[in-house]
Design a protein. Structure first.
Lengths: 119, 119
DNA sequence: TGCGATGTTCGACAATCATCGAAACTGCGT
DNA sequence: ACGCAGTTTCGATGATTGTCGAACATCGCA
């Protein structure tokens, strides 16, 4: 039996109208995920391994899943790597100004002693 | 000996410059706490028991603690009750536009089936 | 002085979370 | 055909979370 019969699970993303605010806020309330989002703001599309975060690959994969299911990022398969992009247009349509405001807030002076993995 | 010697723990709030974005985002990512914040937007100051949320008093107390320590609300003692207010000015100074934008986002059409305790 | 109203603190508990290492899968290059 | 590079899935683990009930504290009032 060809083992290629097992297709990849197809990468589910929520539709724009289905993006949930609580999911988005929760996704952004983690420093590692915030770093990912901020990185994606500069670069339009990046491979998973190229983010300036210091966690194990499996942990990174978990964070991508949280971000993807919250509607913040979109991922597509290309060859044997997965490219990630911010859903800026969808986010702007669903929650106007939210992403910009939150990212601007994060760019503010860090509260006291920010974690070391700043972009 | 007067038993009033034991003072109440004094209600610690973070200073405006110490408000942490991740704490704020986490605090807002819970529906019960979002309801509290939204309620506070209309009424400037409210007693704890007067919020339209359906949880046990101890649970409510927990949520107030999270909101207070994140810097979103300020609480002061008055007689035997505790009055709660949104720190709108401090929030606006620390993270301009954030509170308005998030609350506006929550006022958007609910994602799919919002929880029943809408304001 | 004691009671009731208002809230908090203190465990306890189940659920979720961030993290890791090991194993597996996919596609490209040798 | 083989192996490597890039990622995910699968447990496992320790920490955090939201929730509750019971007990306690404080204040005003009868």
């Amino acid at each position: 039996m060809p083992r290629s019969t097992r297709r990849r699970p197809a990468l589910a993303h929520p539709a724009t109208e289905e993006i949930d605010l609580f999911d988005v806020l929760h996704a952004l309330s983690d420093p590692t995920r915030m770093t990912i989002v901020r990185t994606l703001r500069a670069e339009p599309e990046r491979a998973c391994g190229t983010f300036p975060v210091d966690v194990a690959p499996s942990t990174l994969s978990h964070h991508f899943k949280v971000l993807r299911e919250s509607g913040l990022i979109r991922q597509r398969e290309e060859a044997n790597r997965r490219l990630t992009a911010l859903r800026t247009v969808d986010l702007e349509q669903r929650f106007p100004g939210l992403l910009d405001t939150v990212l601007a807030a994060h760019a503010q002076a860090p509260a006291v002693a920010e974690d070391g993995q700043g972009l």
